[in-house]
Design a protein around this ligand. Structure first.
Ligand SMILES: N[C@@H](CCC(=O)N[C@@H](CS)C(=O)NCC(=O)O)C(=O)O
Length: 291
């Protein structure tokens, strides 16, 4: 393939602060805080600092599932971190996630607060803490394998396919082609697994499904990147079946609303501090109360 970009990388890369494209204003080549800002703390044992993106939804679904099982210790405050406004670079947030990305959790139930960052680590931490949604039998390894599959694979879907198909300021055929191939391969990996088993770990719903569903379920429904037709997502019949089954779970329906700031006002609960907030504090309810 000939090079049509006209770009020759310089000897040493430099940061162009006026770069265009989605997320250019929050992308930086350096870590650490940009400003001093303490995080708020609520009354519950678990403090979650997040946003209702697929990575955020994984954790709010898990917390709602734990509460639905009766684990009172999973009560949580979910605080909104507006990543497009740079909240992830505040000093308090960086203290609990040096990687400056949502979601981040602070467990204040013990003598000393414990920080957990990376959504996969948070799912595993909560599953071990409450002994739930992580099988103790011979399917445990399968569950962990799919959990880590998601963490390793999704950057190619989001940072690769999604970025170049939907967000980059220019359409680059080479990049879109390369990552469309990988996104479809990943969907096929899932489809073949879900042809053999009801859920990713086997017969039971687990943290593996909670990690994978917000990304690949959304892709299967054409919700992310507007790429349903382009990737022919309807052809992955087993992924479609699994996506629909999980979407019906009441805890999933609650979890996906938490820290969500876009879409239908009835599905947006910007912050969650009490189970009753789902009835009284979604955006539609707040607007009604104010009118
Ligand atoms: N591997 C991380 C990825 C987290 C992540 O990429 N979070 C995004 C939102 S979905 C974020 O906070 N982006 C802000 C930024 O990059 O500055 C995880 O699974 O927790």
């Amino acid at each position: 393939m000939s090079d049509t970009s006209g770009y020759n990388p310089p000897k040493v890369w430099t940061w162009k602060k006026d770069a265009t494209g989605n997320f250019a204003n929050i992308n930086r080549p350096i870590a650490g805080p940009t400003h001093e800002k303490e995080l708020p703390v609520g009354r519950h044992p678990l403090q979650l600092y997040s946003l209702g993106t697929p990575n955020g939804i994984k954790v709010t679904v898990m917390l709602e599932e734990l509460l639905a099982l009766g684990h009172k210790g999973a009560e949580y405050d979910a605080w909104l971190i507006q990543i497009m406004q740079g909240d992830q670079f505040g000093s308090g947030f960086v203290d609990i996630n040096p990687n400056s990305k949502i979601p981040a959790l602070l467990d204040r139930s013990g003598a000393k607060p414990i920080r957990v960052f990376e959504s996969g680590a948070i799912l595993l931490y909560l599953a071990e803490k409450f002994d739930a949604f992580l099988p103790n039998d011979d399917t445990r390894a399968e569950c962990l394998s799919w959990l880590f599959w998601q963490m390793g694979s999704t950057p190619y879907l989001g940072g690769g396919f999604g970025h170049f198909y939907a967000y980059a300021p220019i359409k680059i055929e080479y990049a879109i082609d390369r990552y469309a191939m990988e996104a479809k391969r990943q969907m096929d990996v899932l489809d073949r697994r879900l042809a053999q088993a009801e859920y990713l770990a086997g017969k039971d719903y687990s943290i593996a499904d909670m990690a994978v569903w917000p990304w690949y379920g959304a892709l299967a429904k054409g919700v992310i990147y507007g790429a349903g037709e382009f990737l022919d997502v309807q052809s992955y019949a087993h992924v479609q079946r699994w996506t629909d089954t999980i979407a019906q779970r009441p805890a999933v329906q609650r979890g996906r609303k938490v820290n969500c700031t876009w879409g239908n006002p009835a599905d947006q609960l910007h912050e969650r501090h009490d189970a009753a907030d789902f009835e009284t504090r979604t955006r539609d309810k707040l607007a009604q109360a104010a009118s």
